[in-house]
Design a protein around this ligand. Sequence first.
Ligand code: NAD
Length: 494
Amino acid sequence: MTTPFHLPPALRTLRNYVDGEFVSTDRRFDNISPLHGEVLAQVHEADALLVDRAVRAARQALEGPWGRMGVDERSALLNRVADVIERRFDEFVAAEVADTGRPVAQARGLDVHRGVVNLRTFADIGRLAHGDCFETRLADGKCLLNYTVRKPVGVVASICPWNLPLLSMTWKAAPALICGNTMVVKPSEETPSSATLLAEAFHEAGVPPGVFNLVHGFGANSAGEALSRHPDVDAVTFTGESRTGSTIMKAVADGVKEISFELGGKNAAVVFADADFDAAVDGVVRSSFSNSGQVCLCSERVYVERPIFERFVAAMKLRTEALKVGWPDEQGVFMGSLISRGHRDKVLSYFDLAVREGASVVTGGGVPKFGDQRDNGAFVQPTIWTGLADDARCMQEEVFGPVCHIAPFDSEEEVIDRVNGTPYGLAGCIWTSNLSRAHRVSPRFQVGIVWINTWFSRDLRTPFGGSGLSGIGREGGRHSLDFYSETTNVCIAV
Ligand code: NAD
């Protein structure tokens, strides 16, 4: 596919999707390309009244044909939504790339592909799920039979981030819907395009009105706040910054609502001297700079065992300087832009802070110059630091850009302490050829997921989530079913 990302875009209009209809509003905001700064689309912002209409439609849909459907029918419908995405695959790719500035190959191979896989996988997981059943012998010889019944929680609000837009939305929508819930989804204001296409896919697939609703807008004083504060929402699933999670937690506290939070990270990769050196360099380059470092699972802290430290830093510098940063459809491009100029300001402020905190800049640390429209975009150089103390702000706070700090370590105990030395607890990586060590060390990382000799590999049946500032709860496989359903235990004296 060739998409002329460098040409001025034809201005599009993106609307909300409520109760089976695409709805316009008076308030609009611009969706701006992070590649060249031009306006891509006018987005119709939902106000509190429209959010209320969406929640009421979702409530009503629970009483309609959707509420009476069996899991097989819901599974077939989710598969039909996946069919539509596959049929319109290139449109989804173009939307995702235009909003985020990421490479086309990544949007094809990761984002849109995973959108389809999320829907199909949870369509199967929900269909094949079973409850618990226990036979209980009592002291007097009588017997109890216990079994569980899963029911939908009700109306689920899903508030999504911009970093992997379609992937995040479908990761929440597929399990919520297979469990029989209805939804109101609020995509990030930065990435309204694939969300609108997803609403079209639900419409085309014949999902009943009110089951999947989409409201566009911002967080505070906009659709996000109205949705998280709405009294008739039963559960909130949120992915985004830890600070926003805290605000949403306060908003839902009075209603004692179910929450699932996937928040920020300050993840560490640990490279032992016995690791396959080239595989580790390759892995850490990917885990630090994929999606311009805008993946919650990226490694911003890298600890390397002292005997190979100098060699590792030199190899990382060489590999990083060879990464191609450019247009999404350029041959061999690895990194596109950041999400926005606003986010670039934040990342650049950390580049400045790191130097003030005493970092040595091994490579990068600035903005690439292209001499064309991309200079109006939101690009930064992939950056490596050394020399920071573990308690420096740049070692404690999530930057969410293409940057990592590399530090030497001397012992297993020392590195475990340092890995655990932030308030976050999302993910970690270990690179070693000593599997005993890998098994010994990995459970001691205070995180939700540890990768050994790999990064970002996912089986959607496994639990996913974080501890500390990185989140509350686990989603994935039956863990998602547990969150998106209310379970009743039935106990019979037999
Ligand atoms: P963000 O918190 O700024 O925004 C996320 C969503 O929340 C957006 O839709 C936004 O409009 C909405 N929002 C903002 N303020 C709100 C409020 N007061 N009330 C209700 N909604 C509000 O996050 P972001 O910048 O879009 O995403 C990047 C962050 O997401 C990073 O911290 C990253 O680590 C995290 N993330 C975590 C995971 C995970 O699985 N743990 C996955 C992806 C991203």
